[in-house]
Design a protein around this ligand. Structure first.
Ligand SMILES: Cc1cc2nc3c(=O)[nH]c(=O)nc-3n(C[C@H](O)[C@H](O)[C@H](O)COP(=O)(O)O)c2cc1C
Length: 217
């Protein structure tokens, strides 16, 4: 494997402050959206977004992820039907009282029209082990690694001028079947990506303060 020289830009104090503040303010503008317009987004841009996600760090650089981009209307419909079936069971039976109460402010129901309306769906799979032919090998810190890659992806989506929703229809096994994924992969996150509908509203929420979320010692 060997080593190569690190590409590193040393920033001056002003640049550090400006860049960190810029990204912070930009990140604050990102919101989860549940109502999409049908406007299409280019595949070339989607590919860049996935490439950004796959630049993420991962345990022993195993890159234990796979991304499926879905543009096909037929597949989106199939996914919507399967997701709504699980979500209906979730809202009617599986969700605890506390969980439902926590979801109240978001006005979410079992209905998921955004799964058909959004320009594309990105389904993120985690590889619980590697499988090359019949040869199995280990992956490390799989959920942590895939979670970090999803963070890169969500910020990249926002940066490119689109909106998305990290969606977790529960359980998500149907995605492995519909998308015919190999047996070492588990669905991790379903992300509709696109443009917001004109009349989109988002819940008024607040983020915890710096003091509540960080300790300096
Ligand atoms: C792992 C994860 C799973 C989520 N699953 C759902 C979901 O299934 N349905 C949904 O409407 N929102 C889902 N969300 C979105 C959250 O409700 C949303 O991120 C949160 O309310 C904060 O809002 P914001 O993203 O606009 O900051 C999920 C978010 C995360 C990070």
């Amino acid at each position: 494997m060997g080593f190569e020289k690190l590409q590193f830009n040393l920033l001056n104090k002003n640049e550090m402050v400006d860049k960190s503040k810029w990204l912070y303010l930009e990140a604050l503008k990102r919101r989860s959206v549940r109502k999409f317009s049908k406007r299409n987004i280019p595949l070339s841009v989607l590919k860049n977004l996935i490439k950004t996600a796959t630049s993420a760090p991962s345990g022993a650089n195993k890159q234990p992820w796979h991304f499926v981009i879905i543009k096909s209307k037929k597949l989106k419909k199939k996914i919507r039907i399967a997701a709504e079936k699980e979500e209906m069971a979730f809202y009617n039976r599986r969700a605890t009282k506390e969980w439902k109460k926590d979801l109240d402010p978001f006005n979410v129901t079992w209905e998921k029209p955004f799964l058909e309306d959004a320009s594309s769906l990105i389904v993120v799979f985690k590889k619980i082990y590697n499988l090359e032919g019949k040869k199995k090998s280990k992956n490390y810190y799989v959920s942590e690694s895939v979670g970090i890659a999803c963070g890169f992806l969500i910020l990249a989506i926002h940066n490119a001028g689109f909106v998305c929703l990290p969606h977790t229809p529960s359980p998500m096994g149907f995605l492995e079947d519909i998308l015919e994924r190999p047996k070492n992969e588990r669905a991790f996150l379903l992300i509709p990506v696109g443009y917001p509908a004109k009349d989109t509203v988002v819940p008024k929420i607040t983020k915890k303060s710096f003091k509540e979320t960080c300790t300096i010692k």
